[in-house]
Design a protein around this ligand. Structure first.
Ligand code: TRP
Length: 331
């Protein structure tokens, strides 16, 4: 689909991206970049409310940039940059604070979750809540509105934040006249939940992830650790509840998947053999990209160049927006 819509999304550098992130967000984003003007940024400012070690922020930021480049993000259509490199975003954040009702922030799911946890633990309701967390949706609105985004692909947990950006744009437009486009959230087609090593959803918080570009050795180790029951190779197995089969699907063609699924279900294939095949399949898909990733991470000068060029292109757009907003608000 080629159209004139501007796609924008941010990725927080809070950990090493894993298979779940790849299937749910990174792969579809790289696909979108092939035929859309896309803004993709590393949301390092959004990480600061929980991450207070600059080396970690920097390292995970490089990882995200390297992964996107290795996966083939189209760098002509896509502007890849660090959120913190754009001066205009700090400014728009300050401006938007003044049209954003406090009550809107009180309704944010992430803030409510923090309050609920405090209440359950018998703590002060705002214990551990900093203003970065509380005003997180305002900064996110600034991200989105600065570049005139039409479509914002996000996980379901971020839908409310994009709706808030729409609301905030509306409040601004009501006071100052038509200024911002109203963005639409795009919640990824349901790819199903990517199971982690223990069969629960793959998530950093469950410690059951395989990093996308784990070394070949660690990838193999991770796959061998996938928890299964104790059926023998001769016993029939249900392919639709198997983590092995679920992971295989995302790295194979439809025909390869159908073949693997049928052989898995039929007597004869044990879990060990199935895991070895899964490893070989995933490794064959990922290893050319892993080579690019490893090179980018070993010498980050190429990433610095890409991010600097992205910052320049993003700044050109952002500065236009901020001067319009400034004029409207300050005369
Ligand atoms: N809050 C998003 C997340 O946690 C990251 C993000 C920051 C973002 N700014 C954004 C996503 C703007 C989309 C648009 O995943």
């Amino acid at each position: 689909m080629i159209d004139n819509k501007i796609v924008l999304t941010g990725i927080k550098p809070t950990g090493t991206p894993h298979f779940g992130n790849y299937v749910g967000a990174l792969k579809p984003l790289v696909q979108m970049s092939q035929d859309h003007k896309t803004f993709v940024f590393i949301a390092d400012l959004h990480a600061l409310n929980i991450m207070h070690n600059p080396d970690d922020v920097r390292h995970h930021s490089y990882e995200i940039a390297a992964i996107l480049v290795a996966l083939g993000l189209n760098l002509e259509n896509a502007v890849l940059f660090r959120q913190s490199d754009i001066d205009a975003v700090y400014k728009l954040n300050t401006f938007l604070m003044n049209v954003t009702p406090k009550g809107l922030m009180n309704r944010a799911h992430s803030y409510k979750a923090a309050m609920d946890k405090n209440t359950a633990a018998g703590n002060d309701i705002d214990s551990g809540v900093n203003m970065g967390l509380y005003t997180y949706p305002v900064l996110m609105a600034a991200d989105i509105l600065l570049y005139g985004a039409d479509i914002v692909p996000v996980g379901a947990d971020q839908k409310q934040h994009v709706e808030f950006a729409r609301d905030i744009a509306g409040y601004f437009n009501n006071i100052y006249g038509e200024t911002f486009k109203l963005p639409e959230p795009m919640i990824g087609a349901d790819t199903g939940i990517i199971p982690g090593l223990d069969g629960r959803k793959m998530s950093k918080s469950y410690d059951n992830v395989i990093p996308l570009f784990a070394s070949e050795k660690d990838l193999k180790k991770g796959i061998m650790r996938i928890i299964t029951d104790s059926k023998t190779p001769e016993e029939p197995k249900d392919p639709d509840t198997s983590t092995i089969v679920a992971l295989y699907r995302h790295f194979a063609t439809d025909a390869e998947f159908a073949d693997f699924r049928a052989r898995f279900a039929a007597p004869g294939m044990g879990y060990g053999a199935a895991k070895t095949e899964l490893f070989e399949k995933i490794n064959s898909v990922l290893s050319p990209m892993r080579a690019i990733y490893d090179q980018l991470m070993t010498d980050t000068s190429k990433l610095d160049e890409i991010l600097a060029s992205g910052a320049e292109r993003a700044t050109a757009v952002a500065e236009k927006t901020i001067s319009r907003v400034r004029k409207k608000m300050l005369g």
